[in-house]
Design a protein around this ligand. Structure first.
Ligand code: C5P
Length: 315
């Protein structure tokens, strides 16, 4: 049986609008999601036994059943017991480069890589739609992490509509190493502060969805209008995360001061800015470093990419 090494890309949210709260505790969203080439590597090696083993060198990543990667492998074993019995368990190693608890879907993309990798290793022949369905059982961002590229996402985030690829952007990412934001906290706080008094009727929801499908950011992407894409970046969760974490707000303001479109990704606390060249991205990174000389602040330059999960090698 073969071993696989997979590349699992991070994502950023170019647009995140919260439409309404749902009885199941989740929220209906409208998002534009974009894969970037900041990526982890996931190695899958067959084990002779029926166990799932997990290793990661990052101190904040759990190496047991709490990790979404472990849950992904356990889900595959549960759904495909014959393959699990025939091929046996798996040894999974995560080489972490995507920051943890950052709003960049690091855990989701690792889980997506395990679904894709076990589909190959166990010769299941599942198609992308089937893998995305399995991903939706693990987390709202996992289906996108399987699909990758540039997507409009609705529902919890699991219903995906491909948008024309945007290839020309570089991304500067900034995150305080010691800071992470609970996604559940961000959504629940938003629900209490902004959704309770704001009872949306069906026509308002319909209008809101219509606005997204035919909306400005989608048409800016369709027309590849890069200036407009930058102007239309939006994230509703900034309304609760920025007031609680002034240092994240400060980052956002610093990007703006440098003339970049700056926005928080997902539930944060990573803030990103878009640039048109790698050189410009590097200049922005150096300027932010100079303006905020905090040893706890990590910065990266990344690039938009069309793919999310790729097989790097198999043997
Ligand atoms: O789906 P996932 O496990 O990644 O979501 C983490 C948390 O984020 C959920 O428990 C929920 O509180 C919140 N969430 C939400 N609405 C969504 C996606 C996530 O409220 N559409």
């Amino acid at each position: 049986m073969r071993s696989y090494s997979l590349i699992a890309s991070a994502k950023i949210n170019l647009y995140l609008e919260i439409i309404r709260d749902r009885p199941d505790g989740y929220h209906d969203l409208l998002m534009v999601l974009q894969s970037i080439d900041l990526a982890d590597q996931i190695d899958l090696c067959p084990l002779g036994t029926d166990a799932i083993h997990l290793h990661c060198d990052h101190p904040e990543v759990p190496q047991d059943h709490r990790n979404l990667v472990y849950k992904a492998a356990a889900l595959m074993a549960e759904k495909f017991p014959d393959a699990f019995a025939k091929y046996g368990g798996v040894n999974i190693t995560i080489h972490k480069r995507i920051p943890v608890g950052a709003g960049l879907a690091g855990g989701s993309t690792n889980a997506a890589a395990v679904l894709v990798g076990l589909n190959l290793m166990w010769e299941l022949g599942l198609n992308q739609r089937q893998l995305q369905y399995l991903g939706s059982l693990l987390g709202s961002d996992v289906p996108f992490c399987i699909a990758g590229g540039t997507m409009l996402a609705t529902g919890r985030g699991e219903f995906l509509t491909p948008l024309p690829a945007i290839d020309n952007f570089y991304v500067v990412l900034a995150k305080y190493r010691s800071l992470s934001v609970s996604t559940a906290w961000a959504y629940q706080t938003y629900r209490h502060q902004y959704l309770r008094s704001d009872v949306l009727n069906a026509s308002a929801i319909g209008h809101s969805k219509q606005r997204a499908y035919s909306g400005q950011i989608v048409s800016a992407i369709t027309r590849q209008n890069e200036k407009q894409i930058c102007q239309l970046l939006h994230n509703d969760l900034e309304r609760v995360v920025l007031p609680k974490y002034p240092q994240v707000q400060r980052l956002q303001e610093e990007f703006q001061r440098l003339g970049c479109a700056g926005m928080m990704s997902g539930s944060g606390p990573t803030v990103f800015a878009l640039t048109k060249s790698q050189q410009e991205a590097q200049q922005v990174l150096e300027s932010v470093k100079r303006a905020i000389p905090d040893p706890d602040l990590d910065l990266w330059v990344s690039k938009f990419t069309r793919s999310s999960i790729c097989v790097a090698s198999s043997n």
